[in-house]
Design a protein around this ligand. Structure first.
Ligand code: ATP
Ligand code: MG
Ligand code: MG
Ligand code: MG
Length: 439
């Protein structure tokens, strides 16, 4: 993309409405525009990052054997009356009436609808296990929408639902999600820690929230510092292997790590004092096994091996796709702006032309631009007639991991400068070597 032809409405001043750094930087970098409380337009730069995050989520879900589909945003009230949640959900649910006076709602989540899809398509245990998921906009009329996309009212969520014959099978689906989540967040450059969460009225130990530690997080968390030494890395895993997936769950959940709702001081006190930490965290996902909570009232049954009909065991597993942008920025920025991890950056590299209009500088930039694209990278070429300082400031603000600076003085020696956004270190090299370093 050439910056002169792009739409990047960066702000010079700090917007007053932003209380936390990620919100401030997303507005300053021209990524989103608030349309009304908790509802945002995704401007080109923000949209690009959102799509990259979404793609990682899709890839890791499908790698783990979960199947994508797409359900609508509007849902009929009848389904929610069947589960008993239509009244119970309360004011977070946005209710809508159509011209025929039918009650609809903008889905805050999809347990009811997916259960309806399941019951009309599956009758036998032989079709299990099954996990379906989608990435779709949700609406929750939050009491306090704030912090930009972190707590929106309309937000993008990945939600998966597993259908299994037995509790054991459902827990394997749970574990497959846990592994997929570990991989997903790591690919985004995040450390998200699975913490024991509150199962609500259904109870049980089978729910974990994934939290990114950050001072601005809305959750209070308590953990054994050893857990922050764990990483999944690039190990290979067979998602069909029950034992392997269970071992990952055990490895990542055996140390103390809980949100305030499940925090137990007596148990926490058994962790050696020097490893006890309390902090704030951002909830970026949750796993939940809830058994037959929806399948029973909604009649989602299968004929089991013995010929008897039984309700399926289910779980639902969410990832806050749009919230992740905020969480990544909270975890990765400095006083100049965003520092995108390579896995989610909107452009791989920026090209800063120090003397726009100078024939040889322009043609060196064009050649770099063309070559980077030919190598499958997505460069942003700052071809505007601006001072070097302004070009650098924009690139630092929008957080591209690499910058190639091209000026007449360097070019006289066949040299450009390659700068890392994260370390700030620059190195002179030929344009050819710069390209080679990036691919
Ligand atoms: P929270 O505790 O922050 O209100 P939740 O527990 O109500 O979140 P879930 O029902 O578990 O949310 O939804 C799955 C994921 O969707 C959450 O882990 C979170 O990352 C994301 N999410 C939930 N509410 C919002 C929101 N209002 N804006 C953006 N993302 C959200
Ligand atoms: Mg909530
Ligand atoms: Mg929560
Ligand atoms: Mg949750």
């Amino acid at each position: 993309m050439r910056l002169s032809r792009y739409f990047l409405p960066v702000l010079k001043e700090d917007p007053k409405e932003a209380q936390i750094v990620s919100h401030r930087l997303m507005l300053r970098a021209g990524m989103v525009k608030q349309q009304t409380a908790g509802i945002y337009s995704w401007l080109p730069l923000g949209y690009k990052v959102l799509r990259r995050i979404e793609q990682i989520v899709h890839q890791e879900m499908q790698r783990a054997g979960h199947i994508p589909l797409l359900m609508p945003t509007l849902q009929p009230a009848e389904l929610w009356k069947e589960s008993g949640r239509y009244d119970a959900y309360g004011e977070e649910m946005l209710r809508v009436t159509d011209r025929n006076k039918r009650d609809l709602l903008y889905g805050p989540t999809n347990e009811e609808m997916i259960t309806d899809i399941f019951r009309s398509g599956v009758n036998s245990y032989k079709d299990l296990p099954l996990t379906l998921y989608h990435i779709q906009w949700k609406f929750r009329d939050e009491r306090r929408p704030r912090f930009g996309v972190m707590r929106g009212r309309e937000f993008l969520m990945k939600d998966s639902y597993n259908f299994d014959l037995t509790k054991e099978d459902a827990l394997h689906a749970y574990n497959r999600h846990l592994v997929a989540y570990l991989r997903t967040y790591e690919r985004m450059g995040l450390q998200a820690i699975p913490m024991r969460a509150d199962g609500g009225p259904i109870g049980g130990d089978y729910t974990h929230e994934f939290l990114v530690l950050a001072e601005t997080g809305e959750s209070e968390v308590f953990y054994d510092s050893e857990i922050t030494d764990l990483s999944f890395g690039d190990r290979q895993i067979d998602y069909d292997d029950v034992g392997q997936c269970q071992a990952v769950l055990e490895e990542f959940t055996s140390r103390y790590a809980r949100t305030d709702e499940t925090h137990d001081q007596d148990v926490f006190d058994k962790v050696p004092e020097e490893r006890r930490r309390s902090a704030r965290g951002i909830e970026v996902g949750q796993l939940f096994y809830f058994g037959t909570k929806y399948s029973e009232p909604m009649g989602a049954t299968v004929v089991g091996p013995d010929g008897a009909k039984v309700p399926v065991h289910m779980g639902s597993h969410g990832i806050g796709v749009s919230r992740l942008l905020g969480a990544i920025i909270e975890a990765s920025h400095d006083d100049k702006g965003i520092v995108w991890p390579e896995g989610v950056t909107p452009f791989h590299v920026g090209i800063a032309n120090l003397k726009q209009g100078d024939a040889s500088t322009d043609s060196a930039c064009e050649a770099l631009y063309t070559e980077l694209k030919a190598r499958g990278l997505d460069p942003l070429y700052d071809d505007r007639n601006e001072r070097a300082g302004a070009k650098f400031a924009t690139m630092d603000l929008i957080g591209l991991p690499w910058r190639i600076t091209v000026g007449p003085r360097g070019l006289a020696d066949n040299k450009v400068e390659l700068t890392s956004r994260r370390t700030g270190e620059s190195q002179e090299m030929s344009p050819k070597d710069a390209v080679a370093r990036l691919v």
